[in-house]
Design a protein around this ligand. Structure first.
Ligand code: PBG
Length: 325
């Protein structure tokens, strides 16, 4: 290694042209997946206070947003639904004519080349806001599995390319794979939220998805933020059960986890840059404390640098509108 003054790292930082030569990581619109929230009705666009730039939309409007995303080169969409009514068993989640199922059908009819990923969970559909069937105050793992499997099968039947279980029940990837295969959907891929932490950064999402638990929290299912070895066990388990791709969530506080899951599995890894992470940047930018667009790009770049192949991001459209960097 030659040393100063022969070697001057600043030489390659003097202009954008030189910096771009030395740049190791690039974020493209195609690396980003846009979350969308479907609600009943037509012509509905409902902004969400804690998530500037994010709206609940009826299916017709959602197709419009997805069309723009596709035209701008965004890599795909991740669908969530807020149903007409909720019940104890979350039946709106596995209704063949449910809100997400309708949204998928419309998207696949209008925009067949768009990558459509659906979130598979029950928390948006249960009256208590938990991710499955409640028994004695806790979610019953094994009673919940068949319901999740039904959710995934109805999403696949509607045309989803990828189903993404986010519930954190043990054994759900295997249950989904078996149900998909039995239903004739052996080609439908599973993106497992293999590593999902019990995070405080999901707060704003629960406003958009109307999925906050009425009592208690999700710590009996989601992971302890302190653990990374356990994250690798979760990832290996889901690979063994048939996951095609893995998700780490949230992203910014878990860059080391993203890096290790990618290095140790070699599978395609998604990172979910979650609602609270987005909202923090937006809030500070609104107060004039940071430069919002630069902070967003820096955050996305760091997640890619950590090893994520794709990033689920509420900033996907704004990023794409500004043009790839
Ligand atoms: C559960 C789910 C959650 C998120 C995505 N899927 C919330 C939770 O686990 O409570 C959070 C995403 C975000 O914060 O952006 N269906």
């Amino acid at each position: 290694m030659s040393q100063f003054p022969a070697f001057r790292p600043r030489r390659l930082r003097r202009s954008e042209a030189l910096r771009s030569v030395a740049r190791e990581t690039e974020v493209r619109a195609a690396d980003l997946i846009l979350p969308l929230f479907a609600v009943p009705g037509t012509g509905v666009r409902r902004p969400v206070g804690s998530m500037p730039g994010v709206e609940q939309t009826s299916v017709d409007e959602l197709v419009r947003d997805a069309e723009e995303a596709l035209r701008l080169g965004v890599g795909g969409v991740l669908l969530f639904g807020v149903p007409e009514h909720k019940d104890e068993a979350g039946s709106g989640g596995y209704d063949e004519d449910g809100i997400v199922q309708r949204a998928v059908r419309s998207l696949k009819r209008e925009l067949p080349e768009l990558l459509v990923i659906t979130d598979v969970c029950l928390c948006e559909y249960t009256s208590h806001g938990h991710c499955g069937v409640l028994r004695g105050g806790d979610v019953d793992n094994d009673l919940t599995l068949p319901l999740l499997a039904r959710v995934a099968a109805t999403h696949a039947a509607a045309g989803a390319d990828v189903v993404a279980p986010s519930d954190m029940m043990d054994g759900r990837v295997g249950a989904l794979r078996a149900s998909l295969d039995a239903g004739g959907f052996s080609h439908t891929a599973i993106l497992s939220y293999a590593v999902k932490y019990a995070s405080s950064f999901y707060g704003p999402f629960r406003d958009v998805a109307e999925s906050a638990p009425s009592e208690g929290d999700r710590r009996s299912a989601q992971m302890d933020p302190a653990n990374v070895l356990e994250a690798l066990r979760e990832a290996r388990l889901d690979v063994a059960e048939g996951a095609d791709m893995l998700m780490v969530k949230p992203a910014l506080s878990y860059l080391d986890v993203i890096h290790r899951v990618k290095a140790e599995t070699g599978y395609p890894v998604f990172a979910y840059h979650v609602s609270g992470e987005y909202a923090m940047i937006e809030a500070a930018a609104r107060l004039g404390w940071i430069d919002g667009p630069r902070a967003h790009v820096e955050a996305l770049t760091s997640i890619r640098r950590a090893g994520a192949d794709r990033i689920v991001s509420y900033y996907a459209r704004q990023f794409a509108r500004a043009g790839s960097r």
